[in-house]
Design a protein. Sequence first.
Length: 230
Amino acid sequence: MSSLPGVVHIVDDDASFRTSTSRLLRACGYTVETYESAEHLLDSLKRQTSTGCILLDIRMAGVSGLEAQEVLRATGSRLPIIFLTGHADIPTAVQVIKGGAEDLLTKPANRDKLVQAIERALARGRITQDDDEKLAEWRRLASRLTPRERQVLERVVRGALNKQIAYELGSTVRTIKAHRQHVMQKLQVRSFAELVLMAQRVGLLAEPVSQQPAGKLSPGARLPRADSDG
């Protein structure tokens, strides 16, 4: 997991604002990159994998801050956005927050409020990065499952008993138990709750667990006689 604070990307078409804000933040110990337009930011982020946050002016020539927010969201950017504006109003504030912005500050931003907003954004960015790394690791572990283990996993997390799974897959309870153990070991999970969460996050289930009754057999199905335990 990365412990680096990341980069504060300052996007504003006012050169004096970019200069003064970047000096302030560098003096506070932040790594800063500046852009004179949203287009330059979007182009730069295409060519690099960056962590940190974005200070984004709302009203700029060319692509506006609100339009840039939509593009970043559509392209899957996870960088938290702090909007800066000299023309704050309630409709705009509602729009940016609904769009997922971390904060909206009015220019000239108070130093303490700006630093506090950046700290919140960087903290959220680190949490998001950690979640992304965990999800990537879960996907790597899930890729080790065999097709039959995936079949067993899907039925297990839906609450089916070993007997029911054995019947549906034409196997024995003893074999299903072995598959369950292998699944838990390969996925490195310790509890049923963790197994369900992982299966849903990684996309191993065709539909959410809650949409299908646990342990439901098809009409007329009979349980196997061998190994009577569930």
